[in-house]
Design a protein around this ligand. Structure first.
Ligand code: AMP
Length: 381
């Protein structure tokens, strides 16, 4: 195991978004400095970091310059160049590893890996042509979900197929190819578990949380998920199994469906801090961001406990940004602003968290009220 970093060391973060920003803020609390690599100088993470290298994710010269400034490298989003990460790994420790990043960058590799690690997923097939889609759909049944294997996120790059007549148009529209075809999961709810694993193999997992999406983007997280203790334990076990299988060093978010029979099926994984873990900043002694920094810096990983239950809501696009004054004026809402220059539709501008005593997470009506929303605005996936 590499030496633990000491205060004053520099943690290099590839990606300049809000996940990098909140990681950098956690790093600062532990006495580390951060240096951001981003294609954009005016990014949320650089505003709170000591150093910045501006460059494209595959710019070898810029990546080498970045490496010369840092003691360890991590990343805050998956669509970074794996080849670029390989280059960095020859110069500095990189956590999570380029191999872990590669698994998460391709849905076919990811699903194969997840199943190989003994974690369940819905049925799926890799598909390379419209004919293969129709053939696989016979086994999976309609409706089914066609997704690009690479570069998809927040519902981009996917289509629900209702019957064989939908195949050609969806295949034509979606890019890049090849793709994966998944059985449609009629889920009861969507949950996620965030796991941290250190270089020595110590593994900790936060409690499963429930995630609700709006227009394919995460809207609300309820912590903990309102599921039974057996299911919650199984979800954590599945997430830890995947982390161990990857020999992860760092943080991993595992998104799962709870199906109508009460089983958990892994949908996808992300080897980085995750939007569904933002509640941990306010509801846990050690947040997902601090766990991330501790894992990559070789520091001990404390238990991933929470002192409070929580509801988190994203502030998305111009509409979310417009709520900021009201958020600041509402007692009990804990505000987080990412410092982005423009509030484009769908863009995550900030989030709010409200805490409750453990066991006192409100019912459906209470969630809306807790966030200062009308009841219908906070309901449903
Ligand atoms: P993803 O990009 O894979 O995270 O998918 C975005 C959202 O689409 C998920 O959070 C689900 O709400 C929905 N979704 C994705 N895959 C499936 C599936 N196989 N069955 C049902 N819903 C899905």
């Amino acid at each position: 195991m590499s030496q633990a970093l000491t205060p004053g060391a520099v943690i290099g973060i590839i990606g300049g978004g809000q996940l990098g920003r909140m990681s950098a803020m956690a790093a600062a609390r532990l006495g580390f400095r951060t240096h951001i690599f981003s294609p954009e100088a005016a990014c949320p993470a650089a505003a709170v970091s000591a150093g910045l290298t501006v460059g494209a994710y595959d710019d070898q010269e810029a990546l080498r310059a970045f490496a010369s400034h840092v003691d360890v490298v991590t990343f805050e989003f998956e669509n970074v160049s794996a080849a670029g990460l390989d280059l960095l790994a020859a110069l500095r420790p990189v956590h999570p590893s380029p191999a872990t990043l590669r698994v998460s960058q391709d849905r076919v590799t990811e699903k194969s890996f997840i199943n190989g690690a003994g974690a369940p997923s819905g049925a799926w097939a890799a598909v390379y042509s419209p004919d293969e889609v129709r053939e696989a759909a016979v086994g999976l049944g309609y409706p089914c979900v066609l997704k690009t294997a690479r570069m998809g996120y927040d519902g981009r790059g996917q289509a629900v197929l209702r019957g064989p007549d939908d195949v050609d148009a969806a295949w034509e529209r979606l890019e890049p190819k090849p793709m994966i075809l998944e059985a449609f999961v009629d889920f009861a709810c969507e949950i996620s578990v965030i796991v941290a694993r250190g270089a020595g193999g110590a593994t900790v997992a936060f409690d499963a949380v429930e995630n609700r999406h709006r227009d394919h983007v995460l809207d609300i997280t309820l912590a903990p998920a309102r599921i039974g203790p057996d299911l919650a334990a199984r979800a954590r076990d599945v997430a830890m199994r995947v982390a161990r299988g990857l020999r992860l060093v760092g943080l991993l978010a595992v998104e799962m469906f709870v199906d109508r029979d009460g089983g958990v099926l892994v949908n996808e994984i992300a080897p980085r801090p995750h939007n569904s873990g933002h509640w941990t900043i306010d509801a846990c002694p050690v947040s997902q961001f601090e766990m991330h920094i501790r894992a990559v810096a070789g520091l001990p990983l404390p238990p991933a406990v929470r002192h409070s239950d929580a509801v988190m809501q994203n502030l998305i696009g111009p509409e979310g940004a417009a709520r900021w004054p009201e958020v600041l004026a509402t007692p009990g809402l804990i505000p987080h602003w990412y410092g982005k220059t423009a509030a484009r539709p769908g863009r995550k501008m900030g989030h709010v968290t409200r805490l409750f005593p453990r066991g006192a997470l409100p019912g459906e009506f209470g969630v809306a009220a807790a966030l200062g929303l009308k009841a219908d605005a906070a309901s449903g996936p």
